[in-house]
Write a protein of this length. Structure first.
Length: 137
């Protein structure tokens, strides 16, 4: 029994080291990947629940497509591009959660400016270039 457990520990250590070696330099997972995987899971469940043939096939293909996309993102070596995708997703996600502010882009330098909602027509001064523009909040 003791010899088998030692063999199993060595095997699991080699397997773990091999997986770490395989994943080195690859992007891994992030919040966007988790959302993509959850959407794929929901599409898979919908494909099982819907009995109408064309919609069933559409959700089935969508579920596999989303899951393959998430796996490809995880195994990608282009970490900068995956990081930028995730950062953009998190910005959009945070804006959707923020119900107390509006976001505008400066017409001169395209800096994003956050202002409070419900103040009517206000004059906004860009913090970067000091350009003034009027928007309704």
């Amino acid at each position: 029994m003791n010899g088998n457990s030692g063999w199993f520990r060595q095997f699991s250590a080699k397997l773990s080291a091999g997986f770490r070696s395989f994943m080195s330099g690859r992007y891994g997972t992030d919040r966007l990947n988790m959302v993509i995987l959850c959407a794929g899971l929901v599409a898979s469940i919908l494909s099982m629940l819907i009995s109408v043939q064309p919609f069933n096939l559409i959700f089935w293909a969508l579920s596999y497509g989303l899951m393959i996309w998430a796996i490809c993102r995880s195994l990608s070596r282009n970490t900068y591009k995956r990081y930028q995708e995730n950062r953009k997703f998190l910005q959009i996600h945070d804006r959707m959660k923020d119900r107390q502010h509006r976001y505008f882009s400066c017409p001169k330098c395209h800096q994003t400016v956050r202002v409070p909602r419900g103040k009517g027509k206000i004059s906004i001064t860009c913090p970067r270039c000091r350009e003034k523009f009027v928007k309704k909040t």
